[in-house]
Design a protein around this ligand. Structure first.
Ligand code: ARG
Length: 470
């Protein structure tokens, strides 16, 4: 039996059930749908549309259904098209005829987007907390490695030596921007659509602001048509997750490269590596590769859903049901990736003598020699040309750069001291630069930034019923 039995008494063609039904994925909305329904029931009672006794019966039934859902004891029926119809059906079984009042002044159109916002708010906060965890793993590695350095690359060619900490923290700053984006998405999406009805509000004396505050939303909708058709928050979350996935993928890529025998910069902990079914000697960086691979899927979820939204007329259209699978998939994949990458990063060991040896190559100080000449008054372009010709000469004549620096009249012994291991690096003390001093400064800034981010995240959904997590 459907909720629209009286209008379409013959029911849908049986072969359409599997096509139309969303219960196999939207059951995940269950506890959030109930949270929305509890607020709605309170709102109906407050407006005098149902009595307090009726509200109590509905609240008791909803609470019971929530328990069944959370404990896995809820029995779904083939006629349950989606989680909203399933819950209303079950509430009516428990509450009897009072159950028929639950859907007063409400449509599944405002109901589904309310539940999706509640779920997403909860899950984005969880993901944000996991990002902070990964940033802290990067910070901890940086602190452990404070004096170690490695070559920094441009175009994958050795460029200048940098502290390993500086390199690792570069990834943490990208993740901090992901956090910033998630917090700002949370701010924008924290608006209640409940009370918009099918599309035009209601003739009943509902109070959308009241239910909004019951659910911990910062406000309620201003336009009922926009409220039921807006899925910007889903698209934004998919973008935030896709870009976060791209950042994780870049970390993964470096872990893959650094763990090769050719680089040998890191050793992956056994617990975060995999072997080969055929080659006995193999130790593979599968976790990093999976993270790199999954980023493609996250981009696909975003692009696919934007295509779904494009050209949809107002207001609700069933196409919008297509929001959930990409959203849930991106949330799940990112959440798993963050846990895996946090473990992988925190258990990496750096082979600091290898990284040092790679970074101590003479050419890594070429620009420092040029800047030393600049400090002595030589125009940079001229200094650049001079050092470049020494590098070229050294390579053509099979000499070391140091030999040519030592005998050059503009350079000599004083310039040679710059070529001592680690010396040039310590001189890059500008703000955000690659010296140990600058790294210390950014470490302090990043750690306090992460504490602020946690406070911002925890501020969402801390409303009076405290029922955001299930
Ligand atoms: N399962 C639907 C969705 O996810 C719920 C809303 C259905 N509304 C309707 N008018 N058919 O969008």
């Amino acid at each position: 039996m459907t909720l629209w039995q009286s209008r379409l008494p013959d029911g849908a063609a049986p072969e359409l059930d599997a096509y139309s039904s969303s219960i196999h994925f939207d059951r995940r909305l269950g506890p959030y749908d109930i949270e929305g329904s509890l607020a709605h029931v309170n709102g109906l009672a407050k407006a005098g549309i149902i009595s307090n006794e009726e509200a109590q019966i509905l609240v008791t039934a909803l609470t019971h259904v929530k328990k069944e859902l959370v404990e896995g004891a809820f029995t779904f029926l083939p006629s349950d098209e989606d989680i909203h119809t399933a819950i209303e059906r079950r509430v009516t079984e428990i509450a009897g005829e009072i159950g028929a009042k639950l859907h007063t002044g409400r449509s599944r159109n405002d109901q589904v987007t309310t539940a999706t916002r509640l779920l997403l708010r909860h899950d984005l906060v969880e993901i944000g907390i996991k990002i902070v965890g990964l940033c802290r793993a990067l910070l901890d590695q940086s602190t452990r490695l404070h004096e170690a350095y490695m070559p920094g690359y441009t175009h994958m060619q050795r460029a200048q030596p940098v502290p390993i900490a500086h390199h690792l923290l570069a990834h943490a700053w990208a993740l901090d921007r992901d956090l910033d984006r998630i917090v700002s998405t949370l701010h924008r999406m924290n608006v209640s659509p409940l009370g918009a009805g099918a599309l035009a509000g209601s003739s009943l004396p509902l109070d959308p602001e009241y239910v909004a505050s019951e659910l911990g939303f910062s406000s309620s909708f201003d336009n009922s048509m926009d409220a039921v058709s807006d899925r910007d928050y889903v698209a934004e979350a998919l973008f935030d997750l896709a870009l976060l996935g791209v950042h994780l993928s870049r970390i993964g890529e470096e872990i893959v490269i650094w763990s090769t025998q050719e680089f040998g910069f890191i050793t992956i902990a056994d617990a975060y590596a995999t072997g080969s079914s055929m080659l006995p000697q193999k130790k593979n960086p599968d976790i990093a590769e999976l993270t790199r691979g999954k980023s493609g899927r996250l981009l696909g979820n975003l692009a696919g859903f934007l295509a779904t939204l494009k050209g949809l007329p107002l207001a609700y259209n069933r196409d919008l049901q297509e929001d959930k699978e990409p959203l849930f998939d991106s949330l799940d994949q990112v959440s798993l990736a963050l846990e895996a990458m946090t473990g992988l990063v925190s258990t990496l060991s750096f082979n600091t003598s290898t990284t040092k040896q790679a970074a101590d190559g003479e050419e890594g100080v070429a620009v420092d020699l040029a800047e030393w000449l600049v400090a002595k008054g030589m125009p940079f372009r001229q200094a650049h040309g001079l050092i470049a010709s020494l590098v070229k000469n050294a390579s053509e004549r099979h000499l070391t750069l140091a030999e040519l620096v030592r005998i050059h009249p503009d350079l000599g012994e004083e310039a040679i001291s710059l070529m001592e291991p680690g010396v040039s690096l310590a001189r890059r003390v500008t703000h955000g630069g690659a010296s140990e001093v600058s790294v210390k400064e950014q470490t302090g800034k990043l750690s306090s930034r992460l504490t602020e981010r946690l406070e911002q995240l925890n501020g969402f959904g801390m409303h009076k019923r405290g029922e955001t997590s299930f």
